[in-house]
Design a protein around this ligand. Sequence first.
Ligand code: AMP
Ligand code: GLY
Length: 433
Amino acid sequence: MNEHSFYNRNKILIVGSGGREHAIGWKLKQSPKVSELFFAPGNGGTSLIGTNLDFKVLDNEGIAKWAKRNKIDLVVVGPDDPLANGMVDYLNKFGIKAFGPSKLSAEIESSKVFAKKLMQEENIPTAKFKTFTNFKNAVEYLKQQNFPIVLKASGLALGKGVIIAKSVEEGVKGLADIMVKKIFEDAGSEVVIEEFLEGQEISIHVFCDGKNYSIFPSSQDHKAIFDGDKGPNTGGMGTIAPVGWVSDELMDRIEKEIVIPTLAGLKKRGREFKGILYPGVMVTNKGPKVLEFNARFGDPEVESYLRLLKTDLFDIFMACIDGTLNELNIEWEKKFACCIVLASGGYPGSYEKGKEISGINEAEKIDEVVVFHAGTKAEKGKLLTNGGRVLGISATGNNLDQALEKVYQAIKKVNFEGMQYRLDIGKRKPFTV
Ligand code: AMP
Ligand code: GLY
């Protein structure tokens, strides 16, 4: 037991405004040790379970001062950019407990060059690559490669900094866009050119406390906007957990070949990792290979995961901070979960906001359905769209088909002008070598 167990009065501030942050709040609210929730800045759904605060997520000073003044017991930092901006270090300096990696540890996500070099040095399986800061050198290298090939801006680019080039012409144009035109701004000052991997992509999540770790069940996102994985990539249009074809043997390989050497490699470099390590893994016919590392919960992966988590999330967060994860037995329901995103018409391109949303209460009347808000806002008693990804409709079931049936039934109850979603979440063929 830690000191917090005796009080049952913990005040939590969650930084972010997505479906991820609503889901974290929803789960924390079930803890008898949590008394009050605050969100900075939050959304229309978080205002129903806590208090929204008008802060920007990069405002370290504003958030730290407010948290100190209001005696916040724990800050949970949701998105990648405040983590890359050192919010956890800043809060710690103020004497405030915060869940998430330090700025240096978060570089495993915010610098693809750092992540690739770490993998190379620690023999962690990943696509073969080279890094460049000079456009001419990058073009010269590109011309000698096989196609398709993958170009990545090294820094954070809202999940959009990856170009898959099918020919030399497309590759040169992509490099010019990133390095000369700077379409991803400073994120593209350094570029990774890497081998194209074939296979099926899964999401792995790991709770980490700097010494111990605990791996979640497998999950899978569907990043393209349209059915059949067509169209441009989004932040994620739907998730399932666990993934039926991912065997215990495969999870063991991922633990041994990826999770253990990554955490050890970070430690060796003085960057002990606390928080969520989330490797995106391509399962290829030569085994699992890392596509990228994230240093936070996936969104919408977490909306599926938290429907299955049995253990008190507040206890887990505190154990990650205190380095006592080994004393907790983290348990998951032996069920299946899914979450399907309802997005604004036009997303991931430009879209309109302010469309009235109806039917959420009716949707939640369906057994085992929970609706998480992302781009929504409450205004004058109405709920309006306020972003690209608007809602995440989640469900659980004894098998994946049951969960999917409930979720699609629930979606029929919800409506807003221009609403779009995928009909094929969880329908990919099992991966076979
Ligand atoms: P990342 O931001 O690195 O995860 O890349 C975004 C998406 O691009 C991934 O989810 C993959 O679908 C795809 N991708 C990234 N790297 C590769 C690669 N080496 N081979 C094939 N697809 C890739
Ligand atoms: N669901 C993808 C991500 O959170 O990066």
